[in-house]
Design a protein around this ligand. Structure first.
Ligand code: THU
Length: 138
C-alpha cells in the first residue's frame, strides 16, 4: 500500500486547513487531516451554524468527505486546534464515527496546545468498542 505520510506532515496539513474553519460562534477553529491507504490526504474543518446544535466537528467533516470521495481506508488521523488551551483530543461523537472506519491501532495525532502534538490510537481513545460485527453482516 502506498501510505506516505509522516505524523508531522499530517499535523501540518491539519493546521493549515484549520485556518479555514467556519467557527464564528465559538471562535474555536479545528482542522483534521486523514491519511488514506492510497497515499492521499483528505481534510475537514469544523462547520458551525447559527442554530448551534447543527455544528459539525472537523473530524467528522473529514470522514464524511472521505466517504463521499469513495475512500474509507483511513490509516491515520491528525487534529489541529490553533485556538486550544489544552490538548485537543477528539470529542466522543467523533471517536465513535472514527471507530467505524479505523482499526483500533490507527494512530491519532492531536495538538498538545504547546506547539507540539500527542500520539494516541483510536483504540486508546475509544476503548471497549462494541458491535463492529454489525458492519460486516450481509
Ligand atoms: N470541535 C471540533 O471540530 N473537533 C473537536 O475535536 C472538538 C470540538 C469543534 C466543535 C465546535 O465547532 C468548536 O470546536 C467548539 O466546540
Amino acid at each position: 500500500m502506498n501510505v506516505n505520510f509522516t505524523p508531522e506532515g499530517l499535523m501540518t496539513k491539519a493546521r493549515e486547513v484549520a485556518q479555514g474553519a467556519y467557527a464564528p460562534y465559538s471562535k474555536f477553529r479545528v482542522g483534521a487531516a486523514l491519511a488514506m491507504g492510497d497515499g492521499s490526504i483528505i481534510t475537514g474543518v469544523n462547520v458551525e451554524n447559527r442554530s448551534f446544535g447543527l455544528s459539525n466537528c472537523a473530524e467528522r467533516t473529514a470522514v464524511f468527505t472521505a466517504l463521499t470521495q469513495g475512500h474509507k481506508d483511513i490509516r491515520a488521523v491528525a487534529i489541529a486546534g490553533p485556538d486550544a488551551w489544552e490538548p485537543l483530543s477528539p470529542c466522543g461523537a467523533c471517536r465513535q464515527v472514527l471507530s467505524e472506519f479505523c482499526p483500533a491501532d490507527t494512530p491519532v495525532y492531536y495538538d498538545d496546545a504547546k506547539g507540539g502534538f500527542i500520539t494516541s490510537t483510536i483504540g486508546e481513545l475509544f476503548p471497549q468498542d462494541a458491535l463492529h460485527a454489525l458492519s460486516k453482516r450481509d
